[in-house]
Design a protein around this ligand. Structure first.
Ligand code: IMP
Length: 180
């Protein structure tokens, strides 16, 4: 089964977890067009549908986003665009003076099994930090507080609790159940 993503970090994280489930995954390094929609689930499902017209064998993709409660779920499905435009500094500015800092990351895995598409979700709750902490890490990691550390400060430990981990775990578990 192939994991279609242009992000090497995402592939490595999935590969490691897949090994724990004795599932073989291969990296299909590729960028693809994401249709616009208000729900991540719909974006992932539609992207997988479009890809399945070309790729006839089993594959999965993963789509994620950051949802900030006080901003009514912004940037949500626009996370990648918002990260590229205003970035972590921009979010910190938008959140200046706001007391409710609750936020969550959500990931959707969309799996094409050769005939139909299934989705699996994962959520991790946290808070938007008051400042950027820990320079390393992917995307909004340096401003997402999980307990008293940001995801960027947690290093590899992040991968044990992340939204992506939870969605992938549900997905790999469902494959195993079907094999038995
Ligand atoms: P993608 O389209 O699934 O790659 O993710 C959309 C955007 O959400 C990315 O560009 C990141 O800015 C953000 N994002 C998704 N997952 C994470 C994460 O684990 N840490 C930090 N930012 C993330």
């Amino acid at each position: 089964m192939k994991f279609i993503t242009s992000n090497e970090g995402k592939f490595r994280e999935a590969k490691e977890l897949a090994e724990m489930f004795s599932i073989e995954i291969e990296w299909l390094r590729m960028e693809y067009e994401e249709p616009q929609a208000l729900e991540l689930e719909e974006i992932a499902r539609k992207s997988a549908e479009i890809l399945s017209e070309k790729i006839k064998e089993p594959f999965f993709i993963e789509d994620s986003g950051l949802f900030i409660e006080a901003l009514n779920g912004f940037p949500g499905p626009y996370s990648s665009y918002v990260f590229k435009t205003i970035g972590n500094e921009g979010i910190i500015k938008l959140m200046a003076g706001i007391k409710n800092r609750k936020a969550y990351f959500k990931a959707i895995v969309a799996y094409f099994d050769g005939s139909k598409i299934k989705t699996f979700d994962g959520i991790v709750h946290g808070e938007i930090a008051l400042e950027i902490r820990g320079r390393k890490g992917f995307g909004f990691d340096p401003i997402f507080l999980y307990g008293d550390r940001t995801f960027a400060e947690m290093g590899e430990e992040k991968n044990l609790v992340s939204h992506r981990r939870k969605a992938l775990e549900k997905f790999f578990t469902s494959i195993k159940v079907r094999q038995h």
